[in-house]
Every structure is written in structure tokens, then in C-alpha cells.
Design a protein around this ligand. Structure first.
Ligand code: MG
Length: 369
């Protein structure tokens, strides 16, 4: 089986309402999504999606995904998509780095490999645990009462996990955290996500001020060096999100004990082939995992759902359903969706969902053998 055509679509995905994070420093109103279909000479096709969370969140942007695919196309065409690590190596040799541009091609190869094997991606990743994965809401930074109102909206949809965005001034952050913890329901997970916004001093101030609550902070400062520096000065559990990009980052986090939790974002780490190694290192060191898309449609959420459901329930914290923040749906009613707060993946071969071609418009590029 050989890849003989790569088709690329650019699709604007508007958010239902504007979204702020990192203490209101970053605002988002729409996402620039890239969809990719790989066709093969065996008649099997696979779908991938690459949707960065805007262009200010990470070193990634929509036009970069498409430029990367243009550069990678000649290295991917003619390859057997089921040989996932051969495709990965060919892409890494053709274009070092640029993980977010490789992820949609990797995703489409997993879709094809699963279809060819008659197995879901979760089963290809080692085996699907039957229970669904809790979905974490994404609570935009604001006044404490407004944030609780948003948490309540998600509770009405069945959500039991919340990623609450903090990282503004430290007094207000302490107030937000104490207020939300007072209003936390039994069994609910609340992760306080700083998205790198605090200085080392701010992180130490807030984390120590609420240390009695035992809550987990995600990416409180910018770098892994920052986390290593604040580590001995605080005692709250830490999750690494934005600064987990490579397997080397994960081995450092594990070896140096920088975090108890990691957030594996598929587009950021370069797709499932690289993410499963990160998963394995995390699990073998007792580090719990969130697994999420960086953003995007039901396709991106479904990919994350497959990896999440390959992780034992006690080590798997939550995923995300970005699709619920969008005002468009490229595959209405299909793929992994919210079922009373859980995201479940189907047992169908491969990814298990394809977009409606009518929702994508005309391809912006086609590369062929
Ligand atoms: Mg985060």
C-alpha cells in the first residue's frame, strides 16, 4: 500500500464566543484549521487535522501547517502509511522540528493503518479501555463569579472536570482559586491552568498562599527550568502542558521530578506516533496524563480520545472537547462527542470519523505521485 495523493483544505472554525487565557493576555475568536486526506493505491483513505490554538498560544499557526505539508509532501508520497515510524522518520529527515505540521499527516496514517487492520486507533495504541474519558471544560479568565457561572454551564452538560484559566494579578488569582474551591462539587476535578503567565515569584506567592487546598497548577511558569526552580519552594502538584514538546522533555520531567501530571497535546508533540512514547514514559514513572487536541473540530477531539482511552483509567485525568466551543461542525453528529461529561471513542476501524466534504470547500492544495 502506497500513499498516492495528499489533499489539503483550509477551514475557518469560529468560536461561539471570544476566549481569554493567560490572565487575559491572549484573546481568541476563531481557529485556522487544516484538514488533510491521504489517498492510497489500495483505495483506503485517511483523514488528519492540524488546528493550532490561534497563532499567539504556541509557535504554530495555520499557514505554517500548510507550508509544512507542502515541504513534506515529496517525502510522504509513495510510502506505506501503515509503516508509521518509517513515515515519521522520513518527515523528520525532510523537515527537522515543525512537529505541528507533521501531526495531521501522522494522524491520517494512523487512520489508514487502523482501517487496514480492522482496528480502532485506541486498540492499535495497545488497547481501548471501555469507560469514557472525562471531558475538562475550559474556563476563560474573568471575575470569580463569572467563572463559576461558566463552570455551572458546563456542569449542566455533565462535565465533572474543569480547566480553569488563571494567571493575572496574584491577589485576584488567589481569590479566584479560593472561591472556586469553596464551590467545588464532590468528586469534581479542577485544574488551575496558568498557561505560563506567572513569573517565578508570582508562582511561589500564589501556590504557597493556597497550598492548604492541594490543588494542581498547570504550567505555572514559562519553562522547565522555571519549574525546576520553583519546585523546592512550593508543595502544590504541577502539570506540564506547553513545555512538553518532545520525548526528551518528558524524560527530563520524569527524571528530575518536575511534575506529577502532564498534558499531552497531540498537535504540539507531532502526532500519535510521538505521543505514545511520551505516554509510555509518563505511565512508567507514575505521572498522570491529560490528553487533548490543541484545538479543532470533532476529528481532532476524536484523535485525542483514542490516545486517552489507551491509558488506564487511574492514570488518565481528562480530555477536552474543543468542538463544543465552535459555531461550526464539519461532521455533524459523528465522531467522539460529549456523553454526559465523557468523551467516548467508537470501536470502528481507524479514527472512526470523516468530515463532510461540503463543509470543507475546495482543497487549497493537492500533491500527487
Ligand atoms: Mg493547559
Amino acid at each position: 500500500m502506497k500513499i498516492n495523493r495528499i489533499s489539503v483544505w483550509a477551514v475557518e472554525l469560529p468560536l461561539s464566543k471570544p476566549y481569554w487565557l493567560s490572565g487575559g493576555r491572549l484573546k481568541f475568536e476563531k481557529l485556522d484549521a487544516t484538514f488533510v486526506r491521504l489517498d492510497t493505491d489500495a483505495g483506503v483513505s485517511g483523514w488528519g487535522e492540524g488546528t493550532p490554538w490561534g497563532n499567539t498560544y504556541l509557535p504554530a499557526h495555520g499557514p505554517g501547517v500548510r507550508a509544512g505539508i507542502e515541504t513534506l509532501a515529496s517525502a510522504v508520497l509513495g510510502r506505506d502509511p501503515r509503516k508509521l515510524e518509517h513515515v515519521e522518520r522520513a518527515m523528520d529527515l525532510e523537515l527537522p522540528g515543525h512537529l505541528y505540521a507533521k501531526a495531521p499527516i501522522d494522524m491520517a496514517c494512523w487512520d489508514i493503518a487502523g482501517k487496514a487492520a480492522g482496528q480502532s486507533i485506541a486498540d492499535m495504541l495497545g488497547g481501548r479501555y471501555e469507560d469514557g474519558t472525562p471531558i475538562a471544560s475550559s474556563i476563560s479568565t474573568g471575575a470569580p463569579s463569572d467563572m463559576l457561572a461558566l463552570v455551572d454551564e458546563y456542569r449542566a452538560l455533565g462535565y465533572r472536570a474543569h480547566s480553569v484559566k488563571v494567571g493575572a494579578d496574584t491577589e485576584l488569582d488567589i481569590e479566584r482559586i479560593r472561591f472556586l474551591e469553596q464551590n467545588r462539587k464532590p468528586g469534581e476535578i479542577i485544574l488551575y491552568d496558568v498557561n505560563r503567565a506567572w513569573t517565578r515569584a508570582q508562582a511561589i506567592t500564589v501556590m504557597n498562599a493556597v497550598a492548604d487546598l492541594g490543588v494542581t497548577f498547570e504550567q505555572p511558569c514559562e519553562t522547565l527550568d522555571d519549574l525546576a526552580a520553583i519546585r523546592p519552594l512550593t508543595r502544590s502538584p504541577i502539570s506540564v502542558d506547553e513545555r512538553l514538546e518532545t520525548l526528551g522533555d518528558m524524560t527530563r520531567i520524569a527524571r528530575d521530578g518536575l511534575a506529577e501530571v502532564v498534558n499531552i497535546k497531540l498537535n504540539r508533540v507531532g502526532g500519535l506516533t510521538k505521543a505514545r512514547r511520551i505516554r509510555d514514559v509518563a505511565l512508567s514513572h507514575g505521572v498522570q496524563c491529560y490528553v487533548m487536541a490543541t484545538g479543532g473540530s470533532v476529528l481532532a477531539d476524536t484523535e485525542a480520545g483514542h490516545l486517552a482511552q489507551s491509558i488506564p483509567p487511574e492514570m488518565r485525568l481528562a480530555t477536552w472537547s474543543c468542538q463544543e466551543m465552535l459555531s461550526v461542525d464539519v461532521a455533524p453528529g459523528r465522531g467522539s462527542r460529549n456523553h454526559n461529561g465523557d468523551l467516548t471513542v467508537a470501536d470502528a476501524p481507524g479514527l472512526g470519523v470523516e468530515p463532510d466534504l461540503g463543509a470543507l470547500g475546495e482543497p487549497v492544495a493537492i500533491y500527487e505521485v
